[in-house]
Each structure stands twice: as C-alpha cells, then as structure tokens.
Write a protein that binds this ligand. Structure first.
Ligand code: NAP
Length: 247
C-alpha cells in the first residue's frame, strides 16, 4: 500500500468541481497538493488556504494546461517547491457541445487541445521525474462518454476516448519504471459542468441512471484516493464511477 502522507500530488483544474474535491480528499489524507487553476484564482487560493488550515502543505499554481510550456512549468514548479513528484491527476476539462452538423473546427480543436493534448503535456513533463525516481502514479479523469458516446459531444467523447487509449499505452510503457497509469470515468457528476445542462435534460438523465441520481465530486475523489493508496497492482484500467449509466 502506497502512503498518501507527504506524497507530492499535482491536480489540474483544482479550483472547482471534481478537481477541487480531489485536492481536498488528498490534502485531507496528508498529501502535499499542488492545486492548478487556469482562471479560478480565488477559488484555488481558497482551497489551498483550507488545506493549510487543516495542516496540509499546499500551493496554487496558475497554468493553462492546453499550452505545453505552461503545462511543463506547472510540473517543474511542483518539483522545485516540494523536491519531487509522486502523483499526477489530470482533471482539467471543458465542454463545447454541438451536434456534428453545427460543430466547427474551432469547437473541435479547443476541446481536444484542452481535454486530450493537455493531459499529454503534463504527463510528458512528469514522466522524466517518475522514471528517474522509479515510482509514480498517473490518474486521468476521463468520462463514461469516452466509452458510450453522447449526443452533441463528438469533440468531448473523442477526447475522452483518446484519454483511455493514452492511459493504456502509458501503462504498458511505464510499468518497467514502477509507474502506474489509470483512468477514472465518472458518469454525470454534480458540478458547474453539469449545472449547464437544461433542467428538462437533467430529468431525462436521472431516469437513465440505474442508481437514480447523479454522482458527487467527492465520490469521484474517493476513487482517485483508492487508486493512489491501494492501487499498486492496478494499471491501464478505466474505473467507472457512474451509477450504472454505462456498463
Ligand atoms: P468544471 O466544474 O467545469 O471544472 C472544470 C475545471 O477544469 C476547472 O477547475 C477549470 O479551471 C479547469 N480547466 C479548464 N480548462 C483548463 C485549462 N486549460 N488549464 C487548466 N485548468 C483548466 O468541471 P468538472 O465537472 O469538475 O470536470 C472535471 C473533469 O471531470 C473534466 O475532465 C470533465 O470532463 C470530467 N467529467 C465531468 C463530469 C460531470 O458530469 N461533471 C462527468 C464525467 C467527467 P478554471 O476554473 O481555473 O479555468
């Protein structure tokens, strides 16, 4: 079993939503958390202040992870501040939902750039550190939509499916360095991303979920903690946290 206490963890998109819940869960377990944000400075500073008040070491780092230089700077800042890196949680994501009939090239590119390429950029920067120290854990927040597809989400589902392929290949290549790479695939989860969904669509969504409700960000965060703490022999997997909406 890996220790969470004093593990150095980078969480992308940690100011809000699922990323914030992950930062809180890991900081609460004693990890040193580098909470990345792109725009939500005050939210990220707030989560860091809370973690520090609870005795955890934490810092907020602004970086747009869709930019390879900024993604690399995020990882190097974490290593410079805490001396090493133990866990990378790629969580930052956006949606630009349109049916294929209306989806523009720009709509496609911005979602793939953030949701897929951004994961590669941080991973690429983290790998030399993991390989040198011969341990590390990478957790990618994908989505059930990467497995099932979803009306109006061609760009998003392609990026989320790409994350699962990236996860499996990285798991195969990195195993020799004692680095595990896994994806977590949430179903509909109560965050700002989900609040954008119109009310009548939410009612239809809940009817499709066998467990009869959407998930919470903390339910996803606890799965991330499980992979870090108890997941030494789990790699290349994609763990569904979705109330049964896709099996
Ligand atoms: P959210 O509430 O909209 O938060 C999105 C987060 O991503 C924010 O912290 C945002 O940071 C960050 N972000 C976006 N672009 C970024 C960039 N270029 N660089 C750095 N950070 C960036 O969304 P969420 O629901 O928590 O989603 C988190 C992850 O879970 C995403 O990958 C999403 O696809 C996935 N997911 C969500 C659901 C759901 O139903 N909510 C379901 C399945 C999967 P700033 O505010 O600082 O810009």
């Amino acid at each position: 079993m890996a220790k969470l206490e004093d593990a150095v963890v980078v969480v992308t998109g940690a100011g809000r939503g699922i990323g914030r819940a992950i930062a809180e869960e890991l900081g609460g377990g004693g990890a040193c958390v580098v909470a990345n944000y792109a725009k939500s400075a005050s939210a990220a500073e707030e989560v860091v202040a809370q973690m520090r008040a609870n005795g955890a070491r934490a810092m907020a780092v602004q970086a747009d992870v869709s930019d390879p230089d900024q993604a690399a700077r995020l990882i190097e800042t974490a290593v410079a501040e805490f001396g090493r890196l133990d866990v990378l949680v790629n969580n930052a994501g956006i949606t630009v939902d349109r049916t294929l009939k209306n989806l523009t090239i720009a709509d496609w590119n911005v979602v793939v750039q953030t949701n897929l390429n951004g994961y590669f950029y941080t991973m690429k920067a983290a790998l030399p550190h993991f390989m040198e120290q011969k341990h590390g854990k990478i957790i990618h927040i994908s989505s059930f939509v990467g497995k099932s597809g979803n009306f109006g989400q061609a760009n998003y589902s392609a990026a989320k499916a790409g994350i699962i392929g990236l996860t499996k290949t990285a798991a195969i290549e990195m195993a020799r360095y004692n680095v595990t790479v896994n994806a977590v695939c949430p179903g509909f989860t109560e965050t700002e991303m989900y609040t954008q969904v119109p009310e009548h669509v939410k009612e239809q969504i809940v009817r499709r979920i066998p467990l009869g409700r959407v998930g919470t960000a903390h339910e996803v965060a606890r799965a991330v903690r499980f992979l870090i703490v108890d997941g030494d022999y789990i790699t290349g997997s994609s763990l569904d946290i979705n109330g049964g909406i896709y099996m």
